[in-house]
Design a protein around this ligand. Structure first.
Ligand code: AMP
Length: 461
């Protein structure tokens, strides 16, 4: 993490610099060294960086450096996906701001009562850290005013989009001045992040501190199988090499459906994506896989085309594709973001020639031929960590992600970090909740109205 550039080389306010010495920050982390000079110079910054990289101190110092603490107006807004993260960010900014007198930093998150927040807002805070739903609520009530905002930070922007906060973000933008500095942090660079950046930033400086990670590595295995044993071999391969998110490719939609049925009969939470699904069925499959409540997705090449799920642990070829190039496409879906991935191919007697073609196309890959191991792992690697709950209300009922999060977490309910993606559709919504919290989540939803109305909630299996 150390690249030996000291904070003292930066054009930071003396009070900030001396406080950094006091709290023991001497050298900058990579993301700080690459973004702080740009931020201090006033540029917008689009940074790809993960938790643990020191990104909070990067944008925290950036916004504090130009803060005028003698003027009681809100000068910086940090938006992030969860209450826990907002608390951490506020804590870190408070630490960094210790040398500056009278800085008021306020967190505004959903899932907690509004009234104490209203009381705290009697005098404008200098810095607000919050979740999009609650911040928007205050803007609507005019209890928060952002006319003098200087710095807008979107932290973990990818996670905010995953949680369905896109509309709230757009609505909040209407309340902030055009002339401002916008700092956008995200762990991934999906197309959706580029689109948000385009909407909210002006010629941002792009920084990617994940670049120096190892290049993608894919461990490739292939196993000879017979037609009769292909299904049982697939299950053994999944249990031996699979992880939380696995993609199984079949060549036909009939096979997709059959394999899915077989895996379900073996207590594996599997969903299938193929051309015969209607739009809402397809959506449900994609949501359940992306939010980690199904561990195996079975798909044809065509159906998987638009699939944008990161962090796949392994790709399995139930059958080899007809063309060798498609094999490369398939296995390239694992090992994203520099992680090690696994690709396993089941090769039947009639597919040996096709396998040779693939092998020739990839001279450096060295796929390992092996028998399928009998997995003896103590915990089932395929059991998903989350459960999807469907709620019988959606956008047309004017529900927002923050409303659902609020009801789930109210009064000592589900901890915020146990709530995963929230996906809203016109007439229904899906919420992913950690397995252990599912009964509590259902109880919260059964006894509390959402925006004044009761909705039905049921577990999708
Ligand atoms: P973050 O990625 O923002 O969650 O930060 C990760 C951790 O690194 C936090 O505990 C920070 O307090 C700490 N940290 C951030 N910047 C520095 C630095 N330059 N030197 C030492 N620790 C730091």
């Amino acid at each position: 993490m150390s690249n030996s550039i000291k904070f003292s080389s930066l054009d930071l306010q003396p009070t900030l610099l001396s406080n950094l010495v006091d709290i023991g920050y001497e050298e900058m982390t990579l993301v700080q060294a690459e973004t702080l000079p740009q931020m201090i110079g006033g540029s917008d910054v689009l940074a790809r960086a993960k938790t643990g990289s020191g990104k909070t101190a990067a944008f925290g110092l950036g916004l504090l450096n130009k803060l005028d603490a003698t003027s009681f107006r809100t000068q910086a807004l940090v938006l992030c996906p969860t209450r826990e993260l907002a608390d951490q960010i506020a804590k870190e900014i408070r630490r960094l701001a210790r040398g500056i007198l009278n800085v008021k930093i306020l967190t505004l998150c959903g899932g907690v009562p509004l009234r104490p927040q209203l009381a705290s807002l009697q005098h404008s805070p200098h810095i607000i850290v919050g979740t999009p739903g609650r911040v928007l609520k205050h803007l609507g009530k005019e209890t928060v005013k952002l006319a003098d905002l200087e710095t807008l930070v979107l932290d973990e922007a990818d996670r905010m989009l995953d949680m369905g906060f896109a509309e709230e973000l757009d609505a909040i933008l209407k309340f902030v001045p055009k002339d401002r500095q916008t700092l956008l942090f995200s762990a991934t660079y999906a197309e959706s992040i580029a689109a948000v950046s385009k909407r909210v930033q002006r010629s941002p400086v792009k920084v990617d501190v994940t670049d120096d990670e190892q290049p993608a590595q894919i461990m490739q295995f292939w196993c000879s199988v017979t037609r009769e044993n292909r299904n049982t071999d697939l299950v053994r391969a999944l249990r031996a090499w699979g992880g939380e998110l696995n993609l199984v490719f079949c060549n036909t939609k009939v096979d997709c459906a059959e394999v899915a049925n077989y895996l379900r009969s073996q207590n594996i939470v599997a969903v299938a994506l193929h051309g015969d699904l209607d739009q809402s069925e397809r959506t449900e499959v994609l949501v359940r896989f992306a939010n980690r409540s199904a561990s195996v997705l079975i798909a044809t090449d065509v159906a998987a085309r638009g699939l944008d799920v990161k962090d796949l642990d392994a790709v399995f070829n139930y059958e080899l594709p007809k063309q060798a190039e498609i094999y490369v496409h398939r296995i390239g879906r694992t090992a994203r973001a520099g992680k090690q991935g696994v690709a396993v191919s089941l090769v039947g007697p009639r597919e040996e020639r096709r396998w040779q073609e693939i092998d020739e196309l990839l001279p450096d890959a060295n796929p390992t031929k092996c028998g399928i191991p009998d997995a003896k792992r103590s915990a089932d690697p395929l059991s998903p960590s989350m459960t999807t709950i469907q709620i019988s209300g959606g956008r047309k009922n004017k529900l927002r992600p923050g409303d659902l999060l609020g009801v789930l977490t109210a009064d000592g309910g589900v901890p915020g970090d146990s709530v995963g993606s929230i996906d809203l559709f016109d007439t229904y919504s899906y919420v992913a909740v950690r397995n252990a919290q599912t009964p509590k989540a259902l109880r919260q939803l059964a006894k509390r109205p959402i925006k004044g109305r009761m909705y039905r909630a049921l577990v999708r299996k």
